[in-house]
Design a protein around this ligand. Sequence first.
Ligand code: UDX
Ligand code: UDX
Length: 458
Amino acid sequence: MKLKKNILCIGAGYVGGPSMAMIAYKCPDYRVTVVDINGDRIDAWNSDNLPVYEPGLEKIVKKTRGNNLFFRKDIENQIKENDIIFVSVNTPTKTYGAGADMAADLQYVEKTARQILKYSRSSKIVIEKSTLPVKTALAIEKILSSSKGRIKFDVLSNPEFMAEGTAVKDLENPDRVLIGSRETKSALNARNQLIEIYARWIPLKKIITSNIWSSELSKLVANAFLAQRVSSINSISALCEKTDADITEVAKAVGMDSRIGDKFLKAGIGFGGSCFKKDILNLAYLCEYYGLNEVASYWKSVIKINQYQQDRFIANILHRMFGTLAGKKICIWGFAFKADTSDTRESPAIYVAKKLIAEQAEIIISDPQAMKNAVSDLADSKGTIRYVEDPYEAASGCHAILILTDWDLYRKMDFRKIYRSMVKPAFIFDGRNIIEREKCFDIGFNVYSIGKSALSHI
Ligand code: UDX
Ligand code: UDX
């Protein structure tokens, strides 16, 4: 079979890997290659133990790998051989110099652009897949046009909106695909080539185009709006706990207004993940850069509430457990930043665990997928930490259970059996509002949820 397009992706992370696997799966006649500077990651993508846990991902990787999907280490060679190059390298928050703790660190994007320039022998379409500050495409264009007059590069913006845990579903059936481009003939031709790829499985009406800056900005704004909804509902959860209103009932009543909508209104211990905080800080930095200080402080308040929610959760544990955690055994169910992923980046569980260690509690961590990441996240913490895969065994002998990730598994536990195995009085702090709280209260637990009145025997 003649392969119609050669596609390369630089960056084999949570975004690059799954999104390229989906293109390979949907377009069996395209050859899709993914490279990464981290050779171990490439080895993992080529093994039975994929570096990313996503429901459904293993199936599509197994079907395509070695046929039309390849994970490789020879970056230079692959740049030469492919004409369509996605850039999906990481853009963490800068930790140094101007804009430290706010701006996106663009060093990897820039290095990648220089690499593309250096090894290209023919014209290329370069596609920003990473989330980037508005106007980054301009910098990429400037680097790419800095030499080699005859080779032409067209830069497109094609941000990825999929969420972890539902990546395969989101990639297969996205709400929209956004492609930003310049208006030149060659850029529009490049845009059409990208549309052609997505049109293989996505209806044309869902593939939208815009100018390149709108596209870059839309991704930051979409994440900011989503995070803002989580902070909005979390801020109201604090008020519910003071007034005996119930956050689930309030969210339902509010969300049924079709102008508001019912998604992303689940109160909890706050949002985590590699994107929300980073992207809001980046948005706020852009606003400050352009002198829009009021706009910047509006968005920063979303992060403030997120931090407040985690601090509130910890303060409540301390208060309910008689003001001291020293020497007490606290079981943490769930370390991933959300269910159905092994990812722990910016997971509230890291912060909570460190605070408990500072209170000299002994912590026992359990998670169905994120144990390896949890171990490395807490590697520098000097405290008593145990990692126990089985959630029953983890809770046994503990004073309290904290539910920090909304894994389905925790809804279905035998709480009677667990209660019997714990130190009394036994506490549950449900940071995700997923358990049947009245049932647990009747069993004998003292139950504290987010945005609901306490169910306490003491
Ligand atoms: C996400 C999003 O894609 C992006 O929008 C956001 O800006 C950063 O985080 P993700 O795939 O989750 O990216 O990041 P990560 O899992 O860290 O993957 C990035 C990969 O790029 C890593 O495997 C890293 O080794 C690789 N990389 C980084 C390169 O191949 N070359 C580089 O120069 C730098
Ligand atoms: C997010 C965006 O949803 C996605 O479009 C973008 O491409 C990347 O960033 P992700 O971070 O993977 O995706 O997960 P998401 O489902 O958005 O959850 C983020 C955090 O918010 C999680 O910690 C989750 O638990 C929390 N959350 C989400 C809530 O606390 N309540 C909600 O109602 C929804």
